[in-house]
Design a protein around this ligand. Structure first.
Ligand code: TXA
Ligand code: MG
Length: 310
């Protein structure tokens, strides 16, 4: 079988594990391959894609006018679950950026992802565009079998799905807007506001209300997103037969089906998407979720739960 890196170089799609969620990868310079990503995901065109590569040395190829704070963030948190939005170079074409003048960039830390990206670069590749490997608006996959369930009907025979086991973080990367004087968080993730502030020694703004005021499109900022087939509720009480997700410290109400029992916020993030998928697999119509504690990656868990509940 052709290696996954060669396959991407040849214009095919490869779904691969990252520490956050599984991505659906294609050569970020190949217009036709990128068009197939949109097709396979059923994603409306014009939503920008994140470009992934393996080494910080490639940053200048894709981004220009990089503020010092962004360099500091890159040094502090890459490889890792963080995406930086930066002014683009000519390499980042409209089909990657959704015709915006900025580009999303990430160096993931998963060993399988890094090995794939390194081999791709050794073959002359410059970057792999990879949205989460789910159909548009659905729950991101955190296992190879979840990718299979989401996309098998839409992939072709020359595409591949790499299995790197379950994702350790479980929610998508923190997206940081680095196109202004000060950074701001567009999507919360495992790199938290506090971690960013500690690394930079400044206070920063947190997402939604702030990000809506700037001209940046991010599909993950749409109100309804990350949603399973079941209806998700974050208020009210479940009835018998409903699904239930909460920290282990919260008792299971009578008659409901417990879908996850995480001991802490990190485990909540790691298990949330599989719990939502399991609810669908069991044919459950309503899933009630108690929010995580609003600290650390719990902020990201709660952001996704609110969007799933829209
Ligand atoms: O953890 C992750 O970030 C995963 C893994 C595979 O790396 N990827 C991921 O990609 O979540 P995706 O496409 O499902 O979500 C990326 C979000 C989208 O909401 C997109 O609109 C936004 O990032 N985005 C990408 N490039 C952008 C840009 N140039 N400006 C603003 N938003 C951007
Ligand atoms: Mg996504």
């Amino acid at each position: 079988m052709t290696s996954a890196a060669t396959s991407i170089k040849n214009g095919n799609l490869v779904a691969f594990p990252t520490e956050t969620v599984y991505g659906l990868g294609a050569d970020a310079t190949n217009d036709d391959a990128i068009a197939r990503i949109y097709k396979v995901k059923g994603r409306p065109t014009g939503h920008p894609l994140i470009v992934h590569f393996s080494s910080i040395g490639n940053l200048d190829k894709w981004a220009r006018d990089i503020p010092e704070y962004a360099v500091n963030l890159a040094r502090a948190f890459w490889p890792g679950p963080m995406t930086l939005i930066l002014p683009r170079t000519d390499l980042a074409k409209d089909f990657i950026t959704g015709s915006q003048d900025n580009v999303g960039i990430r160096i993931p830390s998963h060993t399988v992802a890094l090995a794939l990206l390194k081999e791709f670069e050794e073959q002359g590749g410059l970057g792999v565009a990879a949205p989460s490997a789910n159909r548009f608006g659905a729950v991101s996959p955190t296992t190879a079998s979840a990718v299979e369930i989401e996309l098998a009907d839409f992939l072709s025979e020359s595409d591949q799905i790499l299995d790197g086991g379950p994702c350790l973080v479980g929610v998508e990367s923190t997206i940081i807007n680095c196109t202004q004087k000060k950074p701001s968080i567009l999507r919360p993730g495992a790199i938290t506001k506090e971690m960013i502030e500690d690394a930079l020694g400044v206070t920063i703004d947190l997402n939604s209300s702030n990000s809506e005021s700037i001209q940046i499109k991010a599909a993950g900022l749409l109100e309804s997103h990350y949603a399973p087939n079941a209806k998700v509720f974050i208020t009210g009480s479940p009835r018998s037969g409903d699904g239930f997700i909460a920290l282990a410290s919260i008792a299971t109400p009578e008659g409901v089906i417990r879908l996850a029992n995480p001991e802490n916020n990190d485990e909540y993030a790691r298990t949330l998407y599989n719990a939502l998928r399991q609810g669908d697999a069991l044919g459950i119509n309503n899933i009630y979720a108690h929010l995580a504690e609003d600290i650390g990656v719990g902020v990201a868990v709660n952001d996704r739960l609110r969007k799933a509940a829209e």
